[in-house]
Design a protein around this ligand. Structure first.
Ligand code: 3PG
Ligand code: MG
Length: 395
């Protein structure tokens, strides 16, 4: 049975919390604190319950080397600012000094450990390293949903050394939206896919051909499908290696009488940096020297109708190259329509790092039912894959 943080009496306990503070840093500053803010409810609940907390995370992929650019110090500063409490920091996650700090914590105190991935033992899920990590706490809480698909020491190996272990509030909310809601969705349920790559979303597409009522495909990946359907997409990006896979998907959907909706027009330009000279074209009229980088107005209208009729929407992948202001409109409009759908009672679930970044940039996070803190983890969960970190806690 998977336990949650509410199952434990935390008074005077030392709680070891695995969080995912793998956040973007620029010049030593946290540029996006979403993952940190989303972990606060679990941390404050522990402190309010009379516990002390030891927090551990990875940051980036230092591959077992100490790399000062990937230190968690700036993350700790951001956490201290958000939680308005001082934070003790150890520059090593398994040293004796670090353990002594944890042992000496008083209720209400916070101890942050340095980047777990400064040790290869972390990603190797090495037992001795896991045991050393476990010495930091008496109760283990995993709230690192973004890392839930990785079988590592700090979220899998470590669980073996705890009697009292479970998930935090963030992890619980992620499971609720990305798994429970989708098992018994209010219908119609619509899956919206975008982004450039098909291969990372294959399992998801195949699952939702069975389960969704409608599938909308935008973003760069749409052109590969459109080419399979015999449309000349001009210079737009087509993933030649995925043509046969795309054709199987279309055939599979046809057999099951599921309609996949593709763009009917695009905003195209000579290249991605020539947005100033972009024009709208019908999908079968894109000139050979032009490439589509966003959906056009007729597509926005069509997709909007489907979205406004939906009772559950799952969205993964930007609809256009939203990082470029000239190709941002499609993703923005689709996001806005989703907030309208939500106001009318639709559950809107957003997954994937880029999609979350887009929604964040529009300041619409709070207007969705749920924006996942996980990229790969949310994709795997939505695809029905069992997460190793959940299995470890159930075992
Ligand atoms: C993420 O940002 O995807 C998670 O923190 C996992 O990181 P990883 O892809 O380096 O394992
Ligand atoms: Mg990743």
């Amino acid at each position: 049975m998977l336990k949650t943080i509410n199952n434990f009496d935390l008074k005077n306990k030392r709680v070891l919390i695995r969080v995912d503070f793998n956040v973007p840093l620029v010049d030593g500053q946290v540029t996006d604190d979403f993952r940190i803010r989303m972990a606060l409810p679990t941390i404050t609940h522990c402190l309010d319950s009379g516990a002390s907390v030891v927090i551990m995370s990875h940051l980036g992929r230092p591959k077992g080397e100490v790399n000062p650019d990937l230190s968690l110090i700036p993350v700790g500063e951001k956490l201290a600012e958000l939680i308005e409490l001082p934070i003790k920091f150890s520059d090593d996650c398994v040293s004796e000094d670090a353990r002594d700090v944890s042992m000496g914590l008083r209720p209400g105190e916070i101890h942050l450990l340095e980047n777990l991935r400064f040790y290869n033992e972390e990603t190797a899920n090495e037992p001795q390293f896991s045991e050393l990590l476990a010495k930091h706490g008496e109760v283990f809480i995993n709230d690192a949903f973004g890392t839930a698909h990785r079988p590592h020491a700090s979220n899998v190996g470590v669980t073996k050394y705890f009697l009292h272990k479970g998930i935090g509030f963030l992890f619980e909310k992620e499971l609720q939206y990305l798994s429970t809601v989708i098992k018994k969705p209010h219908r119609p349920m619509t899956l919206v896919l975008g982004g450039a790559k098909i291969d990372t979303k294959l399992e998801l597409i195949n699952k939702f051909i069975d389960e969704a009522d409608s599938i909308i495909i935008g973003g760069g990946m749409a052109f590969t499908f459109l080419k399979v359907k015999g449309i000349d997409v001009g210079g737009s990006l087509v993933d030649e290696s995925m043509l046969s896979v795309a054709s199987e998907i279309i055939e599979n959907a046809r057999k099951k009488s599921k309609r996949i909706h593709f763009p009917v027009d695009v905003v195209a330009a000579k290249n991605i940096d020539d947005g100033k000279n972009s024009l709208e074209y019908k999908i079968n009229e894109i000139p050979t020297d032009m490439s589509g980088f966003d959906i056009g107005s007729a597509t926005i209208e069509r997709f909007s109708k489907i979205l406004l009729a939906s009772k559950t929407i799952i969205w993964n992948g930007p609809i256009g190259v939203f990082e470029k202001s000239d190709f941002n409109n499609g993703t923005l409009k689709i996001a806005e329509i989703m907030t309208e759908a939500k106001e009318e009672g639709c559950s809107v679930i957003v997954g994937g790092g880029d999609t979350a970044a887009a929604v964040k940039s529009y300041k619409l996070i709070d207007k969705m039912s749920h924006v996942s803190t996980g990229g790969g983890a949310s994709l795997e969960l939505l695809s029905g894959v069992r997460l190793p970190s959940v299995e470890a806690l159930e075992g």
